[in-house]
Design a protein around this ligand. Structure first.
Ligand code: CP
Ligand code: NVA
Length: 311
């Protein structure tokens, strides 16, 4: 495994499935690890977080380590200190760093100058840890047939959509992504997803028609229309209205459709309160799985990193 986990394309399909299987073992109590005993893992966040922060802190603790939470607004970064100097400093203290930021290039530069592994906890481009938990969730519901069913993502072509596309390629899933014209997912993410799908038998279809995406889908996934740091919120919401996940749209899906949402949700926009509450079990299992999937990711990443490090 590479030193850093910045994108789902940093791992192989084999490594991805190993992480999912281990996540399920951690969840069932069939696996324990103290890989982070005596280690300190930094959490450097420039945007708010409920799930990612707490699931990483708890995950680090469960693996025997200590988490150090930092907000960039209270660091010298806020007074203009370089990304690379921050990375070179923090990686002299810490054994790994989990980063949530705006520009993906910022994260890549940080990782380049960090001596220790860096994990992407969301950028404007991607949210790979979220998608590991999502794949775990659909795998728990559908088992091996997860590769046969149709998954739909409906809404804004944002960071979550981008990572879901790469994830569909990596895990060999059949994914339809419906966004309004002009709000399509990132072209590079689509390319990465298609390349991976060629190896794994996955299928990725982009459309501007929410009904085409949801037709006979077993899973329908959505995310907020206005992401953290988005500047064109008001305009965007107008275009996204036909992409709301509501009972009318879900009539086109399989009768036992599972609805996913990475949270936080803006009920009344991308999803109705009615649909959200009907599918709350799926949505909060997905949130829970952030913990188990990230523990499995950290266990694998740090086992290889510490193992390979010369004393
Ligand atoms: N889904 C997710 O990343 O949630 P937070 O923003 O609360 O971390
Ligand atoms: N697309 C959302 C995801 C939040 C977890 C955002 O970036 O704000």
């Amino acid at each position: 495994m590479k030193k850093d986990f910045l994108c789902l394309s940093d791992i192989t399909p084999f490594e991805g499935w190993e992480i999912i299987e281990n996540a399920i073992k951690f969840k069932k109590g069939e696996k324990k690890s103290n890989i982070l005993e005596g280690k300190n893992i930094g959490l450097l966040f420039s945007k708010p977080s409920t799930r990612t922060r707490v699931s990483f802190e708890v995950g680090v603790n469960k693996l025997g380590g200590k988490a150090v939470y930092m907000t960039s607004s209270q660091m010298q970064l806020s007074r203009g200190e370089d990304v690379k100097d921050t990375a070179r400093t923090l990686s002299r203290y810490l054994d790994g760093i989990v980063v949530r930021t705006y520009a993906h290039a910022w994260l890549e530069e940080f990782a380049k100058y960090s001596r220790v592994p860096v994990i992407n906890a969301l950028t404007d481009f991607s949210h790979p840890c979220q998608i590991l938990a999502d794949i775990q969730t659909v795998y728990e519901y559908f088992g091996e047939s997860v590769k046969e069913i149709k998954l739909a993502y409906v809404g804004d072509g944002n960071n979550v959509a981008n990572s879901l596309i790469v994830g569909a390629g990596l895990f060999g899933l059949k994914l339809y992504v419906a966004t309004p014209t002009g709000y399509e997912p990132n072209a590079k993410a689509y390319q990465l997803g298609l390349e991976l799908a060629k190896q794994t038998g996955g299928k990725i279809v982009l459309t501007n028609d929410p009904v085409e995406a949801v037709e006979n889908a077993s899973v329908v996934y959505t995310d907020v229309w206005v992401s953290m740091g988005d500047s064109d919120g008001d305009t965007k919401v107008q275009f996204l209205k036909p992409f709301q996940v509501n009972e009318r749209l879900l009539k086109h899906a399989e009768p036992n459709v599972k609805v996913l949402h990475c949270l936080p949700a803006k009920k009344g926009q991308e999803i109705t309160e009615e649909v959200f509450e009907k599918h709350a079990e799926e949505i909060f299992s997905q949130a829970e799985n952030r913990l188990w999937a990230q523990m499995a990711l950290m266990e694998k990443l740090f086992k290889e990193f510490f193992g390979n490090k010369t004393p």
